[in-house]
Design a protein. Sequence first.
Length: 268
Amino acid sequence: MVSWAITGATRGIGLGFVKNLSMDPNNQVFALIRSLGTAGPLEELAAQRKNIYIIVTDISNPTKLDEAAAKVSKVTAGSLDVLILNAGSAGPDTAVLPPSTFHGKKEALDLEIGENIKNNLLSNIYTMNSFLHLIRSGAEKKMIFISSQSGNLEFTRITGFSTLLGYSVSKAGMNMAVTKFATELAPEGIKTLALSPGWVNTDAAKAVTGDPEIRKVMLDMFHKVDPKVDGPAPIEEAVANMLRVIRNLTEADSGKFLTHHGDEEQWF
């Protein structure tokens, strides 16, 4: 059996991973979530598929993460094949502001950067460290960070995407952390990857691009990178593409930041 742990598994891409992977009875799927309060669809799925294990934890708390890893270990006899770091946040309302507008707004800037660093960088490093001993004993030995094209310098430069300051900085920072883990752990055969899902039709994406005017602005920017993009991809399609990249990950690509197509150019 192949064991998978996915953070942020109550909805969106995280739930998409759980749905896809749990269709194969040879997979053990551990859904790491913050609360059962919003986990209705996940619980319904777990009631139908006995290879899904729901674990409530707090990825900002290393002690809670160690406890979650211990729960996984009891099921897998001390191993984990693939860890998918999907949980994250776009941060506070100030995400809509470009960087220059924070002049004279120190508290707002501290919050914009600090909240994103805590949610998208530190929490993911905590998670990787808590589950690393299980990955060391796994067969696949893979740790995957679900990043964003917003954390890519060239994408940002070409599109002119000046907002989402803290989110983009934290994603870019975590991309570097993934590379640091890759260089450290390569002698053990452990592979890491930062992976962009593309533009995906999640609730979070709908909240940003649901307004027709905002959607047009986004498309105008995205067309500078890919003139053919016409909207977000279904979650199922994005997850299938990412799993293809994850399964094909080799030591040669460990530590890279790749798109859901497995390259460094096709962001959509």
